[in-house]
Design a protein around this ligand. Structure first.
Ligand code: ADP
Ligand code: MG
Length: 311
């Protein structure tokens, strides 16, 4: 189990992480989701022991990553965002090099490499120079590097970024296969990534965790909000004021209407069916209701609501 507790990281002036808390259970595939600059890479570098936190702790199986950095590195495989590879080496040479750096005993290295070639689908390129590989194969080579010592935990920073749609599907399938046996944390700013591969999601924005749970919990569950859209003819100020006074209406936004005395509103509803509420309000106030529909948030809506600061 990975426990991230009160994690704060300050780079010179700016706070990249601000009191971050979450846990990852054994066997979970956790999607670490956030816009650019949210703090994903920083968190991953701390979990893998590459940089130290300013405050707070990360424990892997009860071992502190700062105090027990060496033990932790044996348990964790890490594919950094930049996927650093030695481009003038052949795939086989590179994996041999990593196996020796990982101190895999000499008589077991070939077996470890063979296992990675099979798991990551590298047999066609094993004798090729790394700089001649497609981005998809480079990513597979990076994954092989990360897993050659057979760690229980795999940390991958934006593993599908920069790949074409076919390569994305291939790497996702590979991650799914690996995830059947290992604990995985993968970061992404791409939403379908999460629905395709992850069993749970942590959403981070500006260094703070803003939501966590399964995709279903985040959309339909307690934090999932219903939004009712309506177009009403009448006095804008009165309509807005009246609707905002209803208790289940937790926020009200206006969007482009059709001009004149026709006004469009989006109401965030905390409970019950907001359509009924708007309909009844229109009847009792004698407004003309021109449009009325509701939408339950999908993961993209949740992500946008939590990570953008528009009114
Ligand atoms: P993400 O991976 O989610 O895009 P990062 O963890 O890379 O976000 O960055 C979080 C914040 O910390 C950003 O504002 C970024 O500019 C800043 N940051 C990251 N690395 C450094 C660094 N080495 N020095 C100074 N600021 C940094
Ligand atoms: Mg990053």
């Amino acid at each position: 189990m990975i426990q991230v507790q009160n994690l704060t990281k300050t780079y010179s002036e700016s706070k990249a992480l601000d009191n971050v808390n979450f846990e990852v259970q054994d066997g979970e595939v956790l999607g670490f989701l956030g816009p650019n600059g949210a703090g994903k890479s920083t968190t991953m570098k701390i979990i893998t022991g590459f940089i130290a936190p300013t405050k707070g702790t990360v424990k892997v199986d009860d071992l502190d990553v700062v105090d027990k950095s060496f033990e932790i590195r044996q348990k964790i495989g890490y594919l950094p965002e930049s996927n650093p590879l030695y481009s003038d080496m052949k795939v086989h040479e590179y994996l041999s090099f990593v196996a020796s750096a990982r101190q895999i005993p000499k008589d077991q290295r070939q077996k470890s490499i063979k296992r990675m070639v099979d798991v990551c689908g590298l047999s066609d390129v094993i004798g090729k120079n790394i700089d001649a590989l497609s981005k998809g194969y480079r990513q597979r080579t990076g994954l092989a590097q990360a897993m050659i010592h057979d760690p229980d935990i795999l940390v991958m920073d934006e593993p599908t970024s920069g790949l074409d749609p076919n390569q994305i599907v291939e790497i996702r399938d590979l991650i799914k296969k690996i995830g059947e046996k290992k604990t995985i944390i993968l970061s992404t700013h791409i939403l379908p990534e999460v629905t395709a591969t992850c069993s749970r999601v942590v959403i981070i924005n500006q260094g703070k965790i803003v939501a966590q749970g399964t995709a279903d919990e985040l959309t339909a569950g307690a934090s999932g909000k219903q939004v009712v859209y309506c177009k009403v003819k009448g006095d804008r100020g009165i309509i807005r004021q009246t609707l905002s006074e209803y208790h289940p209406v937790s926020s009200i936004k206006e969007y482009a209407g059709e001009g004149g005395d026709m006004h469009a509103f989006a109401l965030e509803i905390s409970e019950g069916d907001g359509r009924e509420l708007v309909y009844k309000a229109a009847v009792s106030n004698n407004w003309t209701l021109l449009e009325l529909y509701h939408k339950t948030e999908n993961l993209e809506d949740v992500f946008r609501r939590l990570t953008t600061s528009e009114e």
